[in-house]
Ligand binder design. Structure first.
Ligand SMILES: Cc1cc2nc3c(=O)[nH]c(=O)nc-3n(C[C@H](O)[C@H](O)[C@H](O)COP(=O)(O)OP(=O)(O)OC[C@H]3O[C@@H](n4cnc5c(N)ncnc54)[C@H](O)[C@@H]3O)c2cc1C
Length: 411
């Protein structure tokens, strides 16, 4: 799970910054870039390889909730902030991020597909598709040659996104996993984070550690049941040739989610069809072999043109980490909760990263940038008493230690 190196890890014995962020996925990296854009000093604490677990396993679909029309309640399930995500991301990608909002300039980050389709792949799924489109009336959707209908959703290049975000925080990364017991508590909430060779203190502490938040949240005072995991069993097919497919595919006559959501990725001289949707949510209890068998059956119906004879398959168990909610409700918004100076964050969806950014900026609005301090004392339990150094020494230059970025599941 390793890929190319970038440079710029922090190497100090004690660090004081405006914002310390725990986690190396899209949430932490996005918020770190936003904070830096505001002139705040940051440090990101995350184990290598950097890039996140869910983030690297995600399908990269920037969606506005259109697929929830399959629930038969599109309007309720796609509130305005979610529906706005595709256009907000397109603005970011075009370099037109709105200042003061949770947007980030993502110019240079690639798009794998300009649109995701809703496809009825069997005759019996036609009615289901038509019912979903009726709910989307008014939203832009265009019939295309494949027989599908284009939704406003598109697919971002997740590798490129992570590389861009990591570049935005060069010199601000401490490659380490935070032990909840080493989060020191004080009057304001968190008093510091002790790592093997460094003590980090900050004005605000952001915990955006995905599944890792489950262990951290109780320590921070958020309660033992603040978080939950939703298991998935993704699959992928390595095919010789396939036209690029980015589609929510409907195979059955009924169902509240796409039978399989297909995205297409570069696999060197092969093509990767990455498979989520109902196949992944209902495949959790299956063994890898059984999940591969289920993937073959589903693909045979959804994409009958794909030659499955020589196709290799793979499968991956991964969980979505989210704030706890009742079984009946669906989380449609990014989540940020505070406890003293600690912020517990979940984007809930990759798409909602700008929305999480909005919530974060509100929390740090009153924070005045301070000059980070550095101490040469060995890391210890006391707050750093270090000499004041120019922000760029700690925050931007680092010591040039290489960082490793995570790979996609099939790579
Ligand atoms: C299979 C799958 C497909 C998805 N597809 C989509 C999609 O198409 N579109 C969409 O909008 N959303 C999608 N999502 C949801 C989206 O991927 C997640 O909401 C988002 O990536 C979460 O990002 P994150 O940074 O919070 O978590 P992660 O990406 O999981 O990152 C967590 C980070 O925290 C680090 N960490 C953990 N514990 C500690 C610790 N103690 N100390 C320091 N660091 C720690 C980890 O190493 C990791 O770097 C998908 C999710 C999954 C699982």
């Amino acid at each position: 799970m390793r890929r190319r190196l970038v440079h710029g890890a922090v190497n100090e014995s004690a660090i004081h910054v405006d914002v310390a962020l725990v986690g190396g996925g899209v949430a932490s990296l996005w918020l770190a870039c936003l904070a830096r854009n505001r002139g705040l000093s940051v440090v990101v604490i995350a184990p290598e390889p950097l890039g996140g677990e869910q983030t690297m396993a995600s399908q990269g679909i920037i969606h506005g909730g259109a697929k929830y029309s399959l629930h038969g309640r599109a309007k309720k399930a796609a509130p305005d902030h979610l529906a706005a995500m595709p256009s907000r991301w397109r603005r970011c990608l075009a370099g037109n991020a709105v200042g003061g909002s949770g947007d980030i300039d993502l110019s240079g980050v690639g798009v794998l597909a300009e649109h995701v389709e809703l496809r009825a792949c069997t005759r019996r799924a036609q009615l289901r598709k038509r019912a979903a489109l009726r709910l989307l009336a008014g939203a832009p959707n265009t019939p295309v040659q494949s027989g599908g209908t284009r939704l406003p959703d598109f697919v971002v290049d997740v590798d490129g996104l992570i590389a861009r975000l990591v570049r935005g925080i060069e010199g601000c990364v401490l490659p380490a996993k935070v032990d909840p017991e080493k989060v020191r508590l004080g009057d304001k909430g968190v008093a510091g984070i002790d790592l093997a060779a460094t003590t980090v203190t900050a004005e605000r502490y952001v915990f955006a550690a995905g599944a890792g938040n489950a262990d951290l949240a109780p320590r921070l005072g958020f309660g033992a049941d603040a978080t939950m995991l939703r298991a998935l069993h993704q699959a992928w097919a390595v095919v010789e040739h396939s036209p690029p497919t980015f589609a929510h595919c409907l195979v059955r006559a009924f169902g509240t989610e796409p039978d399989v959501t297909v995205t297409t990725h570069d696999g060197g001289n092969k093509t990767i069809l990455y498979l989520g949707g109902h196949l992944a949510t209902t495949g959790v209890a299956r063994s890898a072999d059984d999940q591969v068998a289920a993937a073959k059956r589903t693909l045979a119906s959804a994409l009958p043109h794909v030659d499955l004879g020589s196709t290799q398959f793979g499968a991956l168990h991964v969980a979505r980490a989210e704030p706890r909610r009742s079984a009946a409700s669906r989380v449609d918004d990014a989540f940020l909760a505070t406890c003293g100076n600690a912020l517990l964050c979940f984007p809930v969806k990759l798409s909602l990263a700008p929305r999480l950014g909005d919530l974060f900026l509100r929390e740090v609005a009153g924070l005045k940038p301070v000059v980070p301090t550095r101490s040469d004392a060995p890391s210890g339990r006391s707050a750093p008493q270090g000499t004041r150094v120019a922000a760029r020494t700690v925050v931007q230059q680092g010591q040039g230690a290489p960082l490793e970025l995570a790979r996609r599941p099939w790579a």
